[in-house]
Design a protein around this ligand. Sequence first.
Ligand SMILES: *[C@@H]1O[C@H](CO)[C@@H](O)[C@H](O)[C@H]1NC(C)=O
Ligand SMILES: *[C@@H]1O[C@H](CO)[C@@H](O)[C@H](O)[C@H]1NC(C)=O
Ligand SMILES: *[C@@H]1O[C@H](CO)[C@@H](O)[C@H](O)[C@H]1NC(C)=O
Ligand SMILES: *[C@@H]1O[C@H](CO)[C@@H](O)[C@H](O)[C@H]1NC(C)=O
Ligand SMILES: *[C@@H]1O[C@H](CO)[C@@H](O)[C@H](O)[C@H]1NC(C)=O
Ligand SMILES: *[C@@H]1O[C@H](CO)[C@@H](O)[C@H](O)[C@H]1NC(C)=O
Ligand SMILES: *[C@@H]1O[C@H](CO)[C@@H](O)[C@H](O)[C@H]1NC(C)=O
Ligand SMILES: *[C@@H]1O[C@H](CO)[C@@H](O)[C@H](O)[C@H]1NC(C)=O
Ligand SMILES: *[C@@H]1O[C@H](CO)[C@@H](O)[C@H](O)[C@H]1NC(C)=O
Length: 512
Amino acid sequence: MSALNSIYFFLAFVPLLALGSPRLEDRNVLGGTIGLGDIADQAYLVSATIGNSTVTLQLDTYHADLLVISDACQAAACAAVSGQRYTPSASFVKLYDDAPFLQPGVGIEDVSEGRVGRDTVTIAGLTMDSQVIGVVDNINATSPLWQRAVGNLGLGFPLASILEDYAITVAKGVDITEVTYDWVIGNTSDSGPVIPRLSQTGAIERPMFSITLQRDTVDVSGAGQLTIGELPAGIDNASITWVPVRLYDLTQDPDQAPPSAPNEKAYPFFWEVPLDAIFLDGEKLTQSPSAGNVTALISTSTPYVNGSADVVTALLNKVSSRTLPTLPCDTPHNLTFQIGGKLFPVDPRDFASQAAPGDAKTCVANVGPTDGSADDTVALWTWVLGTPFLKSNLAAFYYGNLTHPSVDPPRVGLMSLVPQNASALLGDAVKEAQSAGGSLESTTQAAPTASSLITGVPTATIPGRKPSVASASPSGSANAAASPRFAAFTGGTLGITPCVMLALLSLSVCML
Ligand SMILES: *[C@@H]1O[C@H](CO)[C@@H](O)[C@H](O)[C@H]1NC(C)=O
Ligand SMILES: *[C@@H]1O[C@H](CO)[C@@H](O)[C@H](O)[C@H]1NC(C)=O
Ligand SMILES: *[C@@H]1O[C@H](CO)[C@@H](O)[C@H](O)[C@H]1NC(C)=O
Ligand SMILES: *[C@@H]1O[C@H](CO)[C@@H](O)[C@H](O)[C@H]1NC(C)=O
Ligand SMILES: *[C@@H]1O[C@H](CO)[C@@H](O)[C@H](O)[C@H]1NC(C)=O
Ligand SMILES: *[C@@H]1O[C@H](CO)[C@@H](O)[C@H](O)[C@H]1NC(C)=O
Ligand SMILES: *[C@@H]1O[C@H](CO)[C@@H](O)[C@H](O)[C@H]1NC(C)=O
Ligand SMILES: *[C@@H]1O[C@H](CO)[C@@H](O)[C@H](O)[C@H]1NC(C)=O
Ligand SMILES: *[C@@H]1O[C@H](CO)[C@@H](O)[C@H](O)[C@H]1NC(C)=O
């Protein structure tokens, strides 16, 4: 081979070889990134490979588990689900059959048969072996999730995972009701949700992921992206406002206090942050409950902003005189949330959606009362900031130290993406729609499969701050048991640990 030929050989084949057999350890992987799909802003999708199946999952910051419909599902409702399903491959290891959490009313709505197992999962180019997954073998109804995706990618905290409880149950040979908080915390690196495992095993630089959501209705714009292990490229940490995630006190029940971390009292369950104030068109709305310490769940799977009924009613009465809160599409409204002392507006293009096809004049507010399902759960949040908020703001989700939250507490970072002239952009979009047949823009993008790894030299670890539990918790004492919603199952009379109960209950609410 001549020198020139060998250079050609090098150029032609080395990149392929590198792709074919990545030696990640040589490349200093810090994280990974992948684009998102979007079904008309109703659901955001991400491509993942499980075993040898490439599937499309809904992005879900509320729940914590990875669920996917299998090729074994023969039900009519499954036949209606479009997209490749999961075929358990040689790498699938079954842990549990007919998991009761997959029963309707107890687990993710409408799932009536399922298996818990382990398989290799790759997301955004990052691979986790032996990831615990929920394999859905039967559904008998049409909850919105299954109309949009073949599964759900839960990005929540380990203590909200129910699949981890099942994995521990099988490993330990105990009843699921005996699983303790301590075991869940201690087993996260083996059996926890996928990004916490990537964090704890050192596969990514920082224990975090970041999300931007594209806008596929009203005025198609923006770029949807999931970045794991880092902030998105080009985003400076200094432009992000970080706020603490609510912690829940586990020491209320002495049997549940984590003996492996005796100094730790409180742990995160949800991406729930303190909400300082709410403004509509420059006017501050009276918060409820008035006792303060109002929190909001940041949820990629809710296509609304939801809040306490009284505040929402007052808000909607200001923009609409109708029960169905309809309003003129071209009137820009400025709904702004104050979080961590900073203002985060919802882009006027995300405030409302077209009410009916062919009529670009009448819109309906993407704001509603929290539907009540939260009352059945242990959740303490009052507001749910769903995709209208997340199209308008970049959100970074930092897990911190999951075994010792006081050492490096979890937090959420926000950065407004709303342009100065957003109201003018809304006006233009509505004008164009009215002259072009009367429909505002609405499109659907499939989840891209291409991903890229973030490589480079890790920066020095920045030690986390050490706030007291009180300052890290919007509820002050983080006194979970003192909450009316927790009160229902403290005292140990239920024969089920709060942990399991929490997981069961948090999964039992309808898909946000
Ligand atoms: C994946 O593996 C299963 C079982 O090992 C096999 O039946 C199926 O054909 C494989 N699918 C692909 C796309 O390779
Ligand atoms: C699903 O099936 C179960 C058991 O057959 C039944 O109780 C439930 O009502 C069904 N759900 C729906 C929404 O059809
Ligand atoms: C992991 O869970 C097992 C039960 O499966 C438990 O015995 C063990 O102590 C846990 N490990 C840690 C580090 O908490
Ligand atoms: C970002 O800034 C926060 C404080 O605002 C700090 O706690 C954190 O360590 C910084 N993260 C990075 C990656 O620099
Ligand atoms: C939206 O409302 C906030 C809070 O009242 C205000 O600070 C901001 O300037 C407003 N933005 C626009 C574009 O009017
Ligand atoms: C949010 O409000 C909408 C509109 O009222 C409602 O359909 C939806 O169920 C609510 N979602 C939650 C999670 O409360
Ligand atoms: C979390 O903090 C504990 C106690 O300081 C430490 O031993 C552990 O290594 C930390 N975990 C990670 C993943 O950094
Ligand atoms: C909005 O601002 C952008 C960037 O500054 C500009 O390109 C665009 O023309 C403006 N659009 C309207 C409708 O004002
Ligand atoms: C609200 O939080 C503060 C500290 O942040 C605390 O002192 C107060 O007791 C809390 N109020 C309620 C009602 O939880």
